[in-house]
Design a protein around this ligand. Sequence first.
Ligand SMILES: [Zn+2]
Length: 244
Amino acid sequence: MSVPENVRQKLALAIPGTPVEIAELLSKYVKELQEAGAASTVPNQQALIPVLAADMKRKAGGTGSDAEWQHAAKQQIEGNQTTALTTSDDRYTGIEGGAKFDEIHELVHICSAKGGESTQHNFKLQFNEGAINYFSELVAPKLGASVAGRYATETDLVKKLVKLIGNPDASKKLFASTFQGKIDDFFLAVGVAYRKLGDKQPDGKNKGPGDKAYTTDQAAGTEFQSKVKNWSEGWLKARLPTLP
Ligand SMILES: [Zn+2]
């Protein structure tokens, strides 16, 4: 079994209790990935092209000519101004001199699923980026890296959901959603917390009739889940706590 597969298998069974335990656990596994050589750098953006071309060809089952994949990769990398890649072989490739934080963020993706393509990634890209970044911010200081502001909107929204649920339960539920695919459980916890507020929103304003009408925690959680699925930022912000 490869090192990333082994890490994911352990995370699939892990039940950390607090944010501190989660940070310790994830930093241990990110370090294992680093030591196994899962992250490397190339001198410049042009040097990312063959890395992506090889991955595209691998994903296509080895069909197509190298020149075609090279062309497609060049267009994607130059078009998106890509500065780093996570490929389906569980590897991160960055550009020399890039932020260490970006490497950690990508290795946390690899902890969640092969090539980062987890259940939560498939549920909603933005929510997954926010969650991956939330955990990257916990891990970075443990690995001596400073936190870089990435996916600010997505990360803030995840932090607000966590604040609504309240730690340590929130971090545990977000961990299980991100690394074990337990998305419904996370949103059920959101529903429980929201209904506990009674007639008030987290900011103390009165809830509207629709917001008071949920008859079960499940119903409230399902509504939040669908608003995240549609990335309805305005709706969510009006019903979530503010951050300091
Ligand atoms: Zn990401």
